[in-house]
Ligand binder design. Sequence first.
Ligand code: SAM
Length: 205
Amino acid sequence: MSSKEKHIKEVRGLKIYKKKHKTIKKLLKDTSTPEIHGDKVWFSSYLILDYLNEHKPKKKSNIMEIGAGWGILAIHCYKDFKANVIAVDADKNVFPFLDIHAKLNRAKVTNKVSRYENLKASLIAEQDLILGGDICFWNELIEPLYKLIKRAVRNGVGTIIIADPGRSPFLKLAKRCKKDFGAELLEVAMDDPYEEDGYLLIIKQ
Ligand SMILES: C[S@@+](CC[C@H](N)C(=O)[O-])C[C@H]1O[C@@H](n2cnc3c(N)ncnc32)[C@H](O)[C@@H]1O
């Protein structure tokens, strides 16, 4: 195994650079560091990958990952479900990291710099599925995400899935979505690449 391969891990068939990899080190030197925690793959995203592998979206669906960070959900959906994927993040600095992972995994992802609250209804309406891993970590994020979910429900998005380790802002969002949109809150666990548990908030219509 070359040293390059040594610092790449493979999780659920996806290749992910470790921070020690020279490609990541170079990016950290040459570009600006992500500023809103989009500086690694957060484990909640793996909980969504596991759910999607059990509940596969239709091939060629339109799928949007919000608060995408390194974008592994979008990359996975392109690779495994031949989806048309768009990755949205408020922080433009995450996209060089997303791009190198898309390249590493031979995926085509459309990038969009936007806050949740600024996404156009017309773009939301095109989506079959909206996904987000670990994106409701501050109280200030509850309202914008609630409004985005409400717009998605109104515009006929089939399924919205948000995963979280169980932080209080996420649980508050989940409570509102259960009441207003009949959302489900599932407790889930995984043991690869680490032992973790968390929650999936699933809004379906
Ligand atoms: C904890 S990271 C999770 C990244 C990725 N989903 C994952 O699981 O690895 C949160 C991400 O949400 C993005 N974010 C935070 N506030 C946002 C907002 N208001 N609108 C869009 N993206 C936001 C951050 O830039 C960051 O990439």
